[in-house]
Design a protein around this ligand. Sequence first.
Ligand code: BDP
Length: 688
Amino acid sequence: EDGYDLWLRYRPLAGAERAAVLRQARELVAPALPSPTVQAALAELRRGVQGMTGLAPADGKRARAGAIVLGTPASLPPALRPTGLDRLGNEGYVIRRIAGATVIAAHTDTGLLYGAFAWLRAVGTGVAPHRVDERSAPRLQQRLLDHWDNLDRSVERGYAGESIWDWWGLPGVRDPRYIDYARANASLGINGTVLNNVNAKPEILTAPWIAKAAALADVLRPYGIKVYLSARFSTPLELNETATADPLAPEVAAWWRRKADEIYRAIPDFGGFLVKANSEGQPGPQDYRRSHADGANMLAAAVAPHGGIVMWRAFVYAAENPVDRAKQAYDEFQPLDGRFAPNVLVQVKNGPIDFQPREPFHPLFGAMPRTPLMLEFQVTKEYLGYATHMAYLGSMFEETLQSDTGHAPGLTVARVIEGAQAGHPTGMAGVANIGSSRTWSGSHFDQANWYAYGRLAWNPQGSSRAIAREWVAQTFTRAPRALDDIVVMMMDSRDAVVNYMTPLGLHHIMGTGHHHGPAPWVAELARPEWNPVYYHKADRGGIGFDRTASGSNALAQYAPAIARRYADPATTPDTLLLWFHHLPWDRPMPSGRTLWAELVARYDLGVMQARGLRTRWAALAPFVDARRHAEVAQRLDVQVEEAQWWRDACIAYFQSVSGLALPPGSRPPARTLEYYKALRVPYAPGHG
Ligand code: BDP
């Protein structure tokens, strides 16, 4: 067990369970002349049944008791057409038992593939095979992974080894791993992948690279996965093929049209472009005094004839906006509502800063009713302890998705991205945590974040706890007590990280550049918003970022109901207190402690929670195979150490600022502040 099989392990069942699968999966019946997609579904069912029972199902011709029958309305005899096929869309599926057979039905072959995976998931989580009965359709159209993979195979913010794309070998060498990647994604319903980093190079759009991308598209296509590319806005200029990159210059628009035509000749179902423009030094339309809409619409026109889309990122902040970085995306994008072409989706990060352990939801959600907004989560844990710390992100994703935007009754972030406001194209993007490590994600538990992301992209209303249960059952164990314990660990883990890194709404106090470890003292970087002191604003009087009317007034970007609630510290959830308020150290908290004592208590709690994870895991040794148990245990040891480091360094620093004595009973930091300040991270992965 080295983790390579992910949640698709299909380990042998015994006794009655094995017999039950055998009874229901004696043979597989598929439409005549199965497409590559149906073949992939059959292969997966065969693999699963063989793994679980030791016996491969036979190829059946006729639907009868004990058969699994795959079919579309066209291929299924009327008696086998299940109810519930209407309004299923072209990716949904139905699984029903009809006359003793298990019928997996869908309108398309991709739906059948998803149905096959759903049957395997149900059985893998302990549903009796004759009881599997499901109807499901994705609530979002684009369910994408964004790879921040560079052409030299390094991965920006990647903690799982180098890129799985062997660019050098492509297009001729097609690593079989691409197929396993496709299977894993298809099992979740992920239907698109952006192959390269948002910090894109012009080369990716040249002929040799298009050929490489086309080879990957060929491998992924049977699994329902489309390929997309990140495009650098100045590509034609940098390739010396135009004299400008001004989106309104006819030669530029013409270049992109020709480029799109060229790509679609090689990849007929190419998904489209992802663009990071005028952000962190990337070129963009503003370089020519054009708007984001001008830039996005020009590219959108190039791909529109082919059915492609443009995902235009709203992650922008500039040195010229020194007051509050959290405000810039809204300021730039909200006024453009209604000005984007119909095939543009504006891609918005979950929070207004940058993938912090905890952020409030981004104020653009709900505020651009005439623009399709796509939600971007970071699955790779740039700010949450890399792949070393355990932090199950399902609960964080759910927290954002279930946030009420306040713009209309029941209009949560999930409802916004589902297109509730205007029925436009819909989607979610997850910055992938996948690399060529044997575990794919750099650690066993980080696989759960890929899994949870995919399941929530299929159904943003899903429960992160239920998803964790599913994942544990397929990945580790179905033994009830052990399963429960692991789920409890997962559900606590992200809170632990928040507590020992950035409790009470603190944010962006990590080490410069690599973002690993504490550095709340950093104050000397060139741009104000690069410095942790800009975010916590701790001084002798208090701590926190005042984003109310007396401060940056970022709160005004939220719907009035939310803005009102968060304007008053007394009605602001304590989880976001210092995100929105600058408060005196001696402010009494609901716990009866002062703010200062509460901050220390949260850091202590985080360390305790990290220790708790380690203790619980140790007790699970009898239920988990030795290798994976040991590999997780090592990481938990590191996590406990680093939680203590975070706690001690932050308390030492904040104490130096507040000048206050430690609350009675709390342990002084192990070392001096100078010691923590002098620590250097010698080399950190993912940071070029
Ligand atoms: C930040 C990362 C940086 C990315 C940027 C982005 O630190 O590496 O390029 O986001 O999303 O979180 O564009």
